[in-house]
Design a protein around this ligand. Structure first.
Ligand code: ADP
Ligand code: TRP
Length: 322
């Protein structure tokens, strides 16, 4: 069985881009992989500087994942900071990572362009992510397209380390689902917590309807033909509508007759129903936070055992064992 690993930041409400870009893929892998899933609270510290928000976000993201179908009995599920070895590995890897490699990362540039403070942590973010991946000897890392470059950085770091110190790390492969690689947000840009354009998975009915109704569309009149392939409403509908219904709506776009208001109402109902059971399950999980903490601690113990094995080899390879 392949070891498959991915993590998610607890930095805001999880949205349908996170779900289709990463969470669903991970949940689907549960049957036939040695699955590692974790909440990356150390990464979230680069943007969340409010203690209560981070604590709440961490537990909520764990509840979200479990409500959506992740079974912690069939994978290793934990919170990143509960395995402190990752910070030690990050330091070792930092000493092997060129400034140029990190300077080329778009994500850092995008984040500072959006007004996030350019801290050292934000700049070194991809090295911590490489440490996450290499510490557990991950073979496959499912992520959305926006994380592809970070995966390349992790691969570069692993290859360089192996060349210098001898075979130590598995070189990971990204797994990107091309159909859902970039889920568009309300404004047509990539849906992202940091762009304020998301459809959160667990919104209550009223705010969810309001959110879906605010999807930006053009002002082409109903009867005129429209291009479904450039319309973000249609791209979102594709994720939820049945193939038959989608073909009917495509026809309305191409031949005229597609009314955005009606399509939005239909999309709202589809999203509401798709996540209805998960919404209830999340409420139950959050009502029992001690149980959630216990599950996460058990996962951390398992992850830590694996981390200890890798770190033992790494310390030896670089000369930290004397
Ligand atoms: P955000 O951009 O909202 O802060 P994260 O960076 O925490 O999201 O991403 C968590 C996971 O969800 C990553 O694997 C990322 O690639 C995926 N993801 C985030 N936004 C999208 C999107 N709009 N489309 C597809 N995948 C996404
Ligand atoms: N950087 C990823 C994101 O923002 C989250 C992440 C941290 C991650 N460590 C990881 C993803 C390791 C996959 C593997 O989405």
């Amino acid at each position: 069985m392949k070891r498959i690993l991915s993590g998610i930041q607890p930095s805001g409400q999880l949205h349908i881009g996170n779900y289709f870009g990463m969470m669903k893929t991970m949940i689907d892998y549960m049957q036939n992989a040695d699955l590692y899933v974790f909440i990356v609270d150390l990464h979230a510290l680069t943007t969340v500087h409010d203690r209560d928000r981070l604590r709440r976000g961490t537990l909520e993201s764990a509840a979200d994942f479990m409500a959506l179908g992740l079974d912690p009995g069939r994978c290793t599920f934990w919170v990143q900071s509960d395995v402190p070895e990752v910070c030690e590995l990050m330091w070792v890897l930092s000493t092997q990572t060129s400034m140029g490699l990190l300077e080329r990362c778009h994500s850092y540039k995008d984040k500072i362009a959006k007004g996030i403070a350019p801290s050292h942590g934000l700049f070194a973010y991809p090295v911590l992510m490489a440490a996450d991946i290499l510490l557990y000897q991950s073979e496959v890392v499912p992520v959305g397209k926006d994380q592809k470059q970070h995966l390349e950085v992790a691969r570069d770091i692993a290859i360089r380390f192996n060349n210098i110190y001898g075979e130590t790390f598995i070189v990971p492969e990204p797994a990107i689902n091309e159909n859902t690689a970039i889920v568009p947000g309300l404004d047509g840009q990539k849906m992202s917590k940091s762009y304020g354009n998301t459809i959160p998975i667990f919104l209550a009915e009223k705010p969810l309807r309001k959110c879906v109704m605010s999807i930006r569309t053009d002002s082409t009149p109903v009867e005129e033909p429209k291009n479904p392939d450039t319309c973000n409403l249609f791209a979102l509908l594709k994720l939820f509508a049945s193939p038959g219904r989608l073909a009917e709506i495509r026809d309305l776009y191409v031949n005229g007759g597609a009314a955005y208001g009606y399509i939005k109402q239909e999309l709202f109902e589809l999203i509401r129903d798709y996540f209805a059971a998960a919404r209830e399950k999340k409420k139950d999980l959050l009502a029992n936070q001690d149980y959630l903490r216990e599950v996460l601690k058990k996962g951390a113990d398992r992850a830590r055992a694996k981390a200890a094995t890798t770190m033992d080899i790494v310390r030896d390879r670089v000369g930290l064992k004397y």
